[in-house]
Design a binder for this molecule. Structure first.
Ligand code: PMP
Length: 322
């Protein structure tokens, strides 16, 4: 779809994957007015195709639009676009557990203009790609995480809570540094005191301490992950207390020292659940679960993926057949 001030969002069309023609002065290149989403379509054993909570992605897309001064787009229209494209590409969805069709809706400012202000022309596009299983078999692989206490990804009052490209650009340097030190991902701290835990590169973070679950509360600089929300609902449903609150890295280290830090895991569309085997904070190395996947992380992963692949009862109404 295209947007201009006279026609609003218009001209929906499905075209082959091909290069885009844009003016070199398209505002997105200079001022970063760009947002995106990520969700997946799964094929069930009996041949159905399921989307996982697409309404949540569409809501978040519009929250990103608002913060980035991009005109909102009717949720029904976005859903229809997703459904139509999945129908076209349905045969590409691998029929093997763990595999899926990744769906990437995004909006960019296309107006050619050199001054700084919200653009008046945009393109909304959706690209799709089959993706392999994140883990081979059902064996989850724990990751090593580096707690970043020098660089920040997002600051209070900024754009960390929405899915805009600049957040990821800002994260690259620290991610590269962590990789050079032998770590898989960065755990970001808050952008004010550098003391409170926020999230991982493309995942929210959870801690299981003394039988209860803790995750940083949404504070304006953390992305409101859809997997995060699903995990919170599930854990509450299991009768395990969940605390959404400010959590300092020092508290995590103290829980570790006292032997109370049972499991740490990330949540996101790509991995669903990503167990953490090691957390490195300054000179402290926290080794978790002998670098193996904890039972709680495994149970969450299995419960959510069974719902996504239509193998378990969808008691929360999370899947949408297309
Ligand atoms: N935080 C960030 C910065 C992300 O990019 C993602 C991936 N969208 C997440 C958290 C997890 O969100 P979700 O569960 O919706 O994939």
């Amino acid at each position: 779809l295209d947007y201009n001030k006279v026609q609003g969002w218009h001209s929906p069309r499905i075209v082959p994957f091909e290069p885009l023609v844009l003016s070199p002065s398209a505002m997105v290149f200079h001022y970063g007015q760009a947002i995106f989403e990520g969700l997946k379509a799964y094929k069930t054993n009996d041949g159905r195709t399921l989307l996982f909570r697409p309404d949540k992605n569409i809501e978040r897309l519009n929250r990103s639009c608002e913060r980035m001064c991009i005109p909102p787009i009717a949720p029904d229209l976005v859903l229809e676009a997703i459904v139509r494209l999945v129908e076209v590409e349905r045969d590409w969805i691998p029929n093997k557990e763990g595999t899926s069709l990744y769906i990437r809706p995004f909006i960019i400012a296309t107006e050619p203009y050199l001054g700084v202000r919200p653009a008046s022309e945009y393109k909304f596009m959706i690209i799709l790609s089959p993706v392999g299983a994140y883990y081979s078999g059902r064996q989850l692989v724990p990751v090593k995480i580096y707690v970043e206490d020098e660089y920040v990804r997002a600051v209070p009052g900024g754009v960390g809570h929405v899915k805009t490209s600049g957040n990821y650009a800002a994260s690259l340097y620290a991610q590269k540094k962590a990789e050079e030190l032998g770590y898989d991902q960065v755990l970001w701290l808050d952008g004010k005191e550098n003391k409170y835990v926020e999230e991982v590169g493309s995942m929210n973070i959870f801690f299981k301490i003394n039988g209860e679950v803790y995750t940083p509360k949404l504070n304006g600089s953390i992305l409101s992950g859809i997997t995060r929300d699903s995990v919170i609902q599930l854990v509450k449903d299991w009768g395990v207390p969940v605390h959404e609150e400010r959590i300092s890295i020092e508290d995590i280290f103290n829980a570790y020292k006292n032997g109370e830090l049972e499991e740490v895991f990330g949540t996101g569309t790509a991995a669903v659940i990503s167990p953490v085997g090691e957390l490195k904070w300054n000179e402290h190395k926290m080794l978790l679960n002998n670098s193996e996947t904890g039972e709680f992380s495994k149970k969450l992963y299995e419960t959510i993926t069974n719902i996504q692949y239509g193998k378990a009862e969808d008691k929360f109404g999370w899947t949408k057949e297309v």
